[in-house]
Design a protein around this ligand. Structure first.
Ligand code: ATP
Ligand code: MG
Length: 446
């Protein structure tokens, strides 16, 4: 069978041709071939070759020895980069993740044999001819995820493959071959050997996919997450996820679960992976410490963790608004913008129609529109936009810096953000003067 190479793959042909002209074998492999066959967008282009890494490096002046011990060299050509990996075999595996030794080989079949699933073990020649010794195409047509070789062995060699399996089952709308499913359920405790960074990478890809729900459904059914090195969700949340997906699959109307199950189903409508994660946390009504635990278990960077917590805190703060007078609500919202930032507020606004929480639907829908336009119209949203700074205040008032400065800046920020004071230097300084006199008066009284 001949495949029609994508533009990106055709741009890589000079790399394949040069290797072939030197007498080496060189083919496209892995995800690129799979996605080409499925007519999905091809992301990274991986090339496999019989040439040794040092031979590859000799041929291409612009290259980076990305992972020489695994045989990978990144070649740069006309603005694009290609990973070229020498055909290899992997010897015994250590710690259920890494091969203890890789040896370079000269034949393609051996290289394809080490790959995880049949759909990932296909190659395409430079002219587009498909090479598929393990019937990956047949499995894809039958929508089956099948391991190359014995599933039990393959998951025991590298336990990360179990999470990859769930990700592919979700995003490619597959079902696992019975052998793969049985092996996965049997060996899921091996997931405890996998670094949490790797777990995070797989979960993030799962959330990025258009088929998040399918992935999460299989993830819940596999119960893999009960076996990670560090717990991510508690048992109750995991069973809630499973329960929701069952209610989604078999909806019996008029049961409490349906509302939540339907909200859960709306996760697929969000376009960004990070939004989906935050949305899940809010839907599960996790408390602050459970949210922090997720961020820490998944090794979030400081910034990512702070952002997640900001959205969580906005939700927490806005949930308390039920029954409050309009102006108090507005004040609370402005406070969220100033404390947690515009970006986190925008995420919360995006998620709120799905999450809703305990707020009465009618008022909340009304409020959501209002909060959105309030945010847009706020004259300033952060301290650095204030038209006066600490040293100007200090000079103007003839007062050395001290705790008063922070209090005054915050007061000015709140006044300007709510429109009670124009964000203009003269107006701000005039207000500051009065504030200062009043404070000093109060201090003298004490
Ligand atoms: P994606 O679309 O997410 O990039 P991919 O299949 O291309 O999916 P990569 O991690 O880019 O995944 O790996 C490229 C190829 O390397 C895979 O298609 C597969 O053949 C092989 N591979 C990757 N990880 C493993 C693994 N853990 N075990 C065996 N083979 C693997
Ligand atoms: Mg890839």
């Amino acid at each position: 069978m001949k495949l029609c190479l994508t533009e990106g793959m055709r741009a890589a042909l000079p790399v394949l041709n040069l290797l072939q002209n030197q007498g080496y074998e060189a083919v496209f492999v892995g995800g690129a071939v799979r996605d080409l066959l499925l007519e999905r967008p091809v992301n990274d282009i991986d090339i496999a070759t019989s040439a040794r890494p040092e031979e590859v490096m000799k041929l291409f002046p612009k290259c980076i020895p990305t992972g020489l011990q695994h045989g990978t060299v990144t070649v740069l050509l006309e603005g694009a980069s290609y990973e070229i990996t020498t055909f290899r075999r992997e010897a015994a595996y250590e710690h259920y993740r890494k091969p203890s030794e890789v040896s370079f080989i000269r034949d393609l079949d051996g290289d394809l044999l080490r790959r995880d699933f049949t759909m990932n073990a296909m190659a395409a020649q430079a002219d587009g001819t498909l090479y598929d010794p393990y019937q990956g195409r047949g499995d894809l047509l039958a929508k089956k995820l099948r391991c190359v070789g014995a599933a039990e062995t393959r998951f025991q060699e590298d336990a990360l493959r179990m999470l990859r399996a769930i990700r592919f089952i979700g995003s490619y709308r597959l079902t696992p071959a019975l052998s793969a499913w049985r092996a996965l359920r049997k060996h899921r405790p091996l997931l405890k050997f996998i670094a949490m960074e790797r777990v995070e990478a797989e979960l993030s890809k799962m959330l990025e996919s258009d088929e998040t729900l399918r992935g999460l459904t299989w993830l819940a059914a596999s119960r893999l997450l009960e076996h990670t090195k560090e717990p991510i969700f508690d048992r109750k949340s995991l069973s809630k996820l499973l329960y929701w997906q069952r209610r989604r699959a078999y909806p019996y109307r008029k049961r409490d679960g349906d509302i939540e199950a339907n909200r859960f189903a709306m996760l697929n409508e969000l376009s960004q992976g990070e939004d989906k994660l935050v949305c899940m946390i809010l839907l599960l009504e996790l408390d602050e410490s459970a949210t922090i635990r997720i961020a820490e278990a998944l090794r979030f960077s400081k910034g990512r963790k702070a952002f997640l917590l900001s959205v969580w805190r906005i939700h927490e703060s806005m949930l308390k608004t039920n029954g409050e007078a309009e102006e108090a609500l507005n004040e609370r919202w402005r406070e969220c913008v100033l404390r947690f930032g515009e970006e986190a507020c925008l995420v919360w606004l995006r998620l709120f129609p799905i999450v809703k929480g305990k707020i009465d639907t009618e008022t909340s829908e009304y409020s959501i529109g209002r909060f959105g336009s309030m945010l847009e119209q706020m004259p300033i949203k952060q301290l650095k936009e204030l038209n006066v700074n600490g040293s100007e205040l200090s000079n103007f008032l003839g007062r050395p810096a001290g705790p008063w400065m922070k209090a005054l800046l915050q007061t000015l920020l709140r006044m300007a953000a709510s429109g009670r004071l124009p964000n203009e230097k003269i107006a701000l300084l005039t207000f500051a003067e009065k504030w200062n006199e009043q404070k000093q008066g109060e201090d003298n009284d004490e």
